[in-house]
Every structure is written in C-alpha cells, then in structure tokens.
Write a protein that binds this ligand. Structure first.
Ligand SMILES: [Fe+2]
Ligand SMILES: [Fe+2]
Length: 177
C-alpha cells in the first residue's frame, strides 16, 4: 500500500518551489520515463516515479553577467547532494515510509555523474532507472530545464501516473488473495 501519492508529492509547496527552478516539465517527463523504465527493470513504479519527479529538486542556477552559465554550473554542481537531502526531508514530512524515503534519496544522490568517478559505481536498478529516465529527457545545453508546461497539464499527467500505479497495486493485491 502506498503511504503517499505522487500528486501529494507534486503539489506540496516545497516541491513546487524547487521544481520551478529546474523545470516542472522536465520533472514530469522524467517521472513518466521512470515509470516506463521501472516496468522494463521490473522494479517498484511508485518509488521510481517519485525519485524521477524529485531528482532535480536540489537545483540552483549559476549566473555570470545575468546569464545562466552552464560551464560554471558543471564545475560547481552539487544539486544531486542537495536534492537527495531536500527530497528526503519532504517525503518524511508528508508521511512517506522511512525505507522508501531513503531509497529515493539515494537514487537522487546518484542520478548524475558530475561528481562521481565514472564507471566505478555499480548502480542498483532504481538508481539506474532514475539516471536513464533523466538522460531520456536531456537536451543540449541544459535546455530541458527550460521547457514549458501548463499547471493543468502537469497535474493531469501526475494524476495519470498515480492512477496507473494504483491499478497495478490493486492487481497485485488481488493476485495474492
Ligand atoms: Fe539532475
Ligand atoms: Fe534532470
């Protein structure tokens, strides 16, 4: 049984505040890709979509002369570290299971290779799913952070994911009975 829905995570003011910086359209797209990859890897789609949605909540912008500087950002980036911590705090606050919150936070921590030794880390399936989902929506020069989406459309897509996940959980529980 899910303790927290994706909609509850998405509509929380803290999520909205931070996702507006890194792009709501990107967050929603990554949650959707995470759902698809979760099926492929046969992992929990509830955890994957939440991690996908929240993966960039640690973002901040790096400006040079009023323009966002992608090189400066790359050089000084710790958004995954900040994101893991913010996501964990938020999930616990809204009543998520502690084990689930930790798993999601670690997947967020490892979703980028900007500070990690490439190829030396063996990612677990959830961590791989979040990384792949993020890459699937990536555009050159960080443009994926600037895609637009209406509030209504974002919420509809989040609700559609919730519906799918709830249906799966229901089907699973009926199988067990
Ligand atoms: Fe990221
Ligand atoms: Fe991202």
């Amino acid at each position: 049984m899910r303790k927290v829905t994706l909609e509850q995570v998405f509509t929380h003011p803290i999520t909205q505040k931070y996702l507006k910086r890194s792009g709501i359209a990107h967050a929603v797209a990554v949650a959707e890709y995470a759902y698809i990859f979760a099926k492929r890897f046969d992992i929990d789609s509830d955890h994957a979509t939440k991690a996908g949605l929240l993966h960039d909540v640690g973002h901040y912008t790096w400006y040079r002369d009023g323009e966002w500087d992608y090189d400066l950002y790359k050089e000084n980036d710790i958004h995954a570290i900040k994101g893991a911590s913010r996501a964990h705090k938020l999930l616990i606050r809204i009543g998520e299971d502690r084990h689930v919150a930790k798993k999601i936070a670690v997947a967020i921590l490892l979703h980028t290779d900007s500070y990690l030794p490439k190829g030396e880390l063996k990612l677990e399936p959830l961590q791989q799913v979040v990384t792949l989902a993020d890459e699937a929506d990536e555009e050159t020069g960080g443009n994926h952070h600037y895609k637009e989406i209406s509030e209504t459309s974002a919420l509809e897509r989040i609700r559609a994911l919730d519906k799918q996940i709830n249906m799966e959980i229901k089907a699973e529980s009926e199988k067990i009975v």
